[in-house]
Design a protein around this ligand. Structure first.
Ligand code: B12
Length: 280
């Protein structure tokens, strides 16, 4: 017979800490617990993992880098928005940069959730709930990416008709803002005509970024690239996102350029500013 789960009060007693301290461990994803009938339950094996130090007690302790992404994933899967924000705060307090929170914490957590959903391990409702929490985290973090001073130019970002993955676009927008660009994020599922109107409205348009996460919207992405290039000659139209395999795929979709990541795109944009006719 297996040993029964402990209540969080019992787990706190075993650990010799106050209940609220044990609760904080759960919130930070340090101690795995599940909620049953309104109370937290800790499996003896999870308590052992915690006690063995496999997950460090103090976030950011030297030489034992805290597994922030795994903790974030646990909070997102549990639907625990407060705990997820706690992970963000703990990671920042331990010295993580804002970019790291997006690229090293939230992104791997969301990708893993996507893989687990695709493998049939997680219900779609769990993935949707996790997306909602990620959206709120981005909403709170976004304003911190703002840079003072003159903008380097404006980048227009959006996704084609049918595309529903707005989170990648929102994170990309903040990462570029953090790099000194003004960003106009017109969102996903946008008809080419509206995208073009938004482009025509920008005086200092440096480049257009099209985001494609779902291969189902590939044909619409190609139509969007063609329409943008016809309406905005000379403006680089770069495509990226998890559904774009490589530069060859990007060219086949009619883009003028490809970037495999937000960092790669930022580097390309910097080259445009340094040499205005270089293209992206
Ligand atoms: C959350 C999510 C959803 C949410 C989206 C919520 C939202 N508001 O965004 C919902 C539930 C709506 C959803 C729906 C679907 N989804 Co979904 N989803 C995801 C998931 C789990 C996370 C996406 C995310 O937030 N990633 C985190 C971001 C930051 O990471 P990122 O994509 O790497 O973004 C970075 C870079 O790619 C880059 N980048 C992004 N865009 C661009 C653009 C340019 C120009 C450049 C330079 C760079 C760049 O910069 C970003 C920031 O660093 C992914 C899993 C995954 N691997 O991404 C699946 C995933 C993208 N979804 C998938 C699928 C299959 C679907 C559905 C078809 C499911 C279905 N049967 O209904 C639908 C399709 C909807 C549609 N038509 O678009 C597949 C896509 C496979 C494919 N390539 O076609 C994935 C990969 C899951 C999987 N493992 O199978 N999904």
């Amino acid at each position: 017979m297996s040993t029964p789960d402990l209540t969080l009060h019992e787990a706190a007693e075993v650990l010799g800490v106050h209940y609220m301290t044990a609760y904080r461990y759960v919130r930070l994803g340090l101690l795995h617990a599940t909620k049953s009938g309104g109370t937290w339950q800790v499996a003896p094996k999870d308590l052992e993992v915690f006690r063995s130090g496999a997950v460090p007690v103090e976030p950011g302790t030297p030489k034992r880098r805290a597994p922030w992404a795994a903790r974030m994933e646990a909070r997102l899967v549990a639907g625990d928005a407060t705990g997820a924000w706690g992970i963000v705060e703990a990671a920042l307090a331990a010295g993580a940069e804002l970019n790291d929170i997006y690229l090293e914490v939230i992104t791997p957590a969301m990708r893993s959730i996507g893989a687990r959903w695709a493998a049939g391990e997680l219900e779609i409702a769990v993935e949707h709930r996790a997306s909602g929490i990620a959206q709120r985290l981005i909403g709170r973090l976004g304003p911190r990416f703002a840079r003072r001073g003159r903008s380097r130019g404006t980048v227009l970002l959006g996704g084609p008709v049918g595309e529903r993955h707005s989170l990648p676009l929102a994170m990309l927008a903040d990462l570029l803002r953090g790099d000194g660009w003004e960003v106009s994020d017109v969102g996903v599922d946008l008809p080419p005509e509206s995208f073009i109107l938004a482009a025509e409205d920008i005086d200092d348009l440096a480049a257009i970024g099209v985001s494609l996460s779902s291969i189902e919207s590939e044909a619409n992405a190609a139509a969007l690239c063609a329409a943008l290039r016809a309406a905005m000659p000379g403006v680089p139209v770069v495509i990226g996102g998890v559904a774009v395999r490589d530069a060859e795929h990007a060219m086949a979709l009619g883009a003028t350029g490809f970037a495999a990541s937000a960092d790669a795109f930022a580097a390309q944009l910097s080259r445009v500013v340094a040499t205005p006719n270089a293209g992206v």
